[in-house]
Design a protein around this ligand. Structure first.
Ligand code: PRT
Ligand code: ZN
Length: 294
């Protein structure tokens, strides 16, 4: 058994950058390697295998790697297709590469719900998930498997509808398609085998996962500092998004205004700041939080 933790990460693509970024924020340092397949951490017993995302579930299931970073959509598809991916579980949701697997068809056309797909053809790169969703809805449709460019299928009359990943929705729109049903909500996830894991690898993984939780929480969390009129303190406090009990401090030479510091665990929008200002808050500062161990 290896005494190092082996993690499979996508070599290039949407998960590669976010995955490496997260690992680096968890404190891992990598040398500039010439090796395209392998990255060895300099400061922890961690090795990365850089591979195609579709291969990651199998890499982890077979024991070639202990953990892997993959889109939940890829894991779910492999699991729905049967086989070894069923031995895998999600160890941690990673909060990036969010997207949705959706059914879509021509905008303004006759297909507007899953029931309308009976007897029709659906193009997808996710045949197992799509087939399961259709079957769960009592719909019999033909599945046309495509590796890429699924969005062109209706126009080319290869299929009547598609089941594809959507993030901004721009691709659907550009192809005159409209989503009408969500099959799966997805984000990047850290996966591992349900059983038969290496204890040393798990120990290292647990340290990284604790750090990763801190990093993921920090991504949205902000530190807000502002000055508040004493008589508006409660109103201002109630506007702070997802704040724990804030710190209220005296300001030298003032008894009508206090300084308020709070950690906000939800997104802070411009609208929030404007509302705070309207209640009399001044000198409002929003600071990013770099690290957090809760
Ligand atoms: O070479 P390799 O097999 O490793 O890469 P890949 O091409 O399979 O994967 P990649 O990098 O495209 O995607 C990896 C993972 O990113 C996916 O499995 C998802 O978990 C996640 N992800 C997040 C997405 C998207 N968002 C996304 N928008 N994957 C693909 N898309 C596609 C979508 O299908 C559409 O065609 O991007 C296009 C643009 O989307 P819109 O809605 O923003 O226009
Ligand atoms: Zn892929």
């Amino acid at each position: 058994m290896s005494s190092r933790l082996r993690i499979a990460v996508q070599s290039k693509g949407r998960l590669a950058e976010g995955g490496m970024d997260l690992l680096k924020r968890c404190g891992l340092r990598f040398a500039y390697g010439r090796d395209k397949l392998h990255q060895r951490a300099e400061n922890m017993d961690v090795d990365l295998m850089l591979v195609r995302d579709d291969d990651i579930p199998n890499f982890v299931a077979s024991g070639a790697c202990d953990y892997g970073i993959v889109g939940e959509n890829v894991l779910a598809e492999e699991q729905a297709a049967g086989g070894r991916a069923q031995e895998l579980e999600i160890a941690l949701r990673l909060g990036f590469a969010g997207c949705t697997l959706k059914l879509a068809a021509a905008e303004g056309g006759e297909i507007t719900s899953v029931k309308d797909l009976d007897g029709k053809a659906v193009a997808t790169s996710y045949p197992a998930l799509t087939a399961k969703y259709l079957a769960d809805n009592g719909v019999k449709a033909e599945i046309v498997e495509m590796r890429g460019s699924v969005e062109v299928a209706p126009r080319l009359r290869i299929a009547d509808a598609i089941c594809d990943l959507v993030s901004s929705g721009a691709t659907l729109q550009a192809n005159g398609l409209k989503a009408f049903e969500t099959v799966l909500e997805s984000e990047a996830v850290l996966i591992r085998r349900k059983s038969g894991r290496d204890a040393t690898a798990d120990e290292i993984a647990n340290i990284l996962m604790r750090r990763a939780r801190g990093v993921i929480d920090c991504a949205q969390t902000k530190y807000i500092m502002l000055n508040a009129p004493v008589d508006r303190l409660e109103a201002i406090r109630s506007l702070l998004p997802g704040a724990d009990a804030p710190t209220v401090a005296q300001i030298a030479g003032r008894d009508d205004v206090v300084a308020l510091h709070a950690v906000c665990r939800e997104r802070v929008f411009w609208e929030t700041l404007e509302a705070l200002e309207k209640e009399g808050a001044r000198a409002i500062l929003v600071l990013p939080i770099e690290k957090m161990l809760a």
